[in-house]
Write a protein of this length. Structure first.
Lengths: 323, 323
């Protein structure tokens, strides 16, 4: 746990706090100019750079009674890293804007920064710059830069009828973990951990692009919603095979204890940052990818040919319900 | 003024608000993939990309009774653009994280976004991505990507004894404008405008790098503080010629009306986003640059050989005071 009794951010002052946040971080070779200047400079070997940004707000995207500051930092990196992986790129650099109240313990900032730094380092990426400002709540604003390594980017708009829809990573576990936290249920540490720090299948994005995938996205808003973004952008319909995404025993068990429908977690739960991609028919799916559906002519997303949400919500797919 | 009576952000919902924020913006040729996918892709022609980030918080960095939302957006672009100009790069793309309370009028977000978009477009840069989240105050977190165009980046660490210290742009006007706003003084619209939306001399950064400058920074924390960053990073001393930075008649007039010392604005006022650079002796300064001092052996920043701030603060440089 972060030291709640030590000096606060306002005790230390802005510049030392920034220095603490970036001190001792190793920079990869792609960091041509690191922190300490007006701008950093990052290598962009193939003459392009992928970029995405996400903002996490205390009380909205994380709670310190549920997640440690270190976990918040790691989550911020994961969700940004997944955004570049989704288009087929590898994260090479992060910049971080941190806002916090002046009475925030400096140890909280240190641990958020350590989580960001360690997660970035594990990806071979540098934390190359940042800003620290006073705000009413803790805010972590991360921008990621990614290297496409010569690949054509996977857009949402490239899917064609007949394509295979495939998934890498998990869906529903983060949402289940959040429900477990809300209910205060014991015995589901694996699901809670999945909510605290998602584990996107980073390598699967570049692998999909290399294998000829035509469209891609990460699953951050929920499987149906994010496949819907591909369907809309590509002007196609997507049908998901119910059997390919059946909730696993952990989701079923947690759902039973909570009186919740695990299909809702699988179909509508975001934040696992799995990756979805559409491959031309006949392509051998690369390692880590599994087929979950088909692209068709039309519009919208169906599951086994039916709308995923009826008037009763996602319950129409619950085992044992008759709707 | 933004429409305070129209629909709020929460009336409209997150996705339409984002769509409104990026709709109709022209993208420059450097935007290879624009908004609407998991990541944007930006050209990095010389195989490198400069990057910097800044976070502006309502009540800390701007007030809506002093600045319009449009001006807040333009200011956010200016201060980020100056960070890449300072190292000799040109801004090519911006990504924007926006946080706001749900009751924020949608028109406020629209105008912030319009200000960001128009200011970026004026620089030939695209707004290529963003995130919109709920927060307790309005937060504008901007990351800029810059193109060095083959130039060696101007770092803070390259100054050498004997170098000429030069300035492009204004110092002290933003701080004076803020003092005018705080006091509610009339008749200084030029200074107030300088505070609301700084006008960094963007072209001066690349011009300095082309002319062989060895170090650079923007003046965001105040002239003495930012020259101090160069002095520290370069392990040198910097002496500023008092005559080269004498407050102009507008600063003197406002200072007289407010009972304030215009030297404090010039020496310690930030946010004008002027650029400072150190050139080898004998170099012809490029257009827009003027000599303001000399790099010497030693450490720290002096003005006419004296410490800029004594126990009495900056007043030692006031005309008519004897300290």
């Amino acid at each position: 746990m972060a030291d709640q009794t030590g000096p606060t951010v306002s005790d230390i002052g802005e510049f030392p706090a920034i220095a603490r946040a970036i001190a001792g971080r190793r920079q990869p070779r792609t960091t041509l100019v690191g922190p300490g200047h007006d701008s950093a400079v990052v290598a962009a070997a193939d003459g392009r750079i992928a970029v995405s940004t996400d903002m996490l707000v205390e009380g909205r995207h994380f709670r310190f009674d549920w997640s440690s500051p270190h976990e918040v930092g790691r989550k911020a990196v994961a969700q940004n890293g997944a955004d570049v992986a989704a288009i087929g790129a590898r994260p090479v650099a992060f910049v971080v804007g941190l806002g916090c109240p002046p009475e925030t313990p400096a140890a909280v900032l240190d641990e958020i920064s350590a989580g960001i730094g360690e997660a970035a380092e594990a990806l071979g990426a540098g934390v190359v710059g940042g800003d620290l400002v006073q705000a009413r709540e803790v805010i972590v604003s991360v921008t990621v830069l990614g290297d496409l390594g010569g690949r054509a980017p996977l857009l949402r708009s490239g899917a064609r009828p007949g394509d295979v829809v495939a998934l890498a990573g998990n869906v529903g576990r983060s949402a289940a973990g959040l429900a477990v936290l809300v209910a205060g249920l014991d015995g589901y540490r694996d699901l809670v951990d999945a909510h605290r720090v998602p584990s996107p299948p980073y390598d699967a994005g570049p692998a999909a692009a290399d294998a000829g995938a035509r469209a891609g996205t990460d699953i951050s808003d929920g499987l149906v919603a994010d496949l819907g973004h591909i369907a809309t952008a590509s002007d196609v319909a997507i049908d998901v095979d119910r059997a390919a995404i059946t909730p696993d025993e952990r989701l079923v068990a947690a759902g039973a204890e909570l009186g919740a429908d695990p299909w809702e977690w699988v179909l509508a739960g975001g934040e696992d940052h799995a990756l979805a991609a559409c491959f031309p028919p006949g392509v051998m799916l690369p390692s880590g990818w599994r087929r979950i559906g088909t692209v068709r002519q039309g519009r919208g997303v169906t599951v086994d040919g039916r709308p995923p949400a009826g008037p009763g919500g996602w319950h129409s797919f619950s085992p044992g319900t008759s709707r």
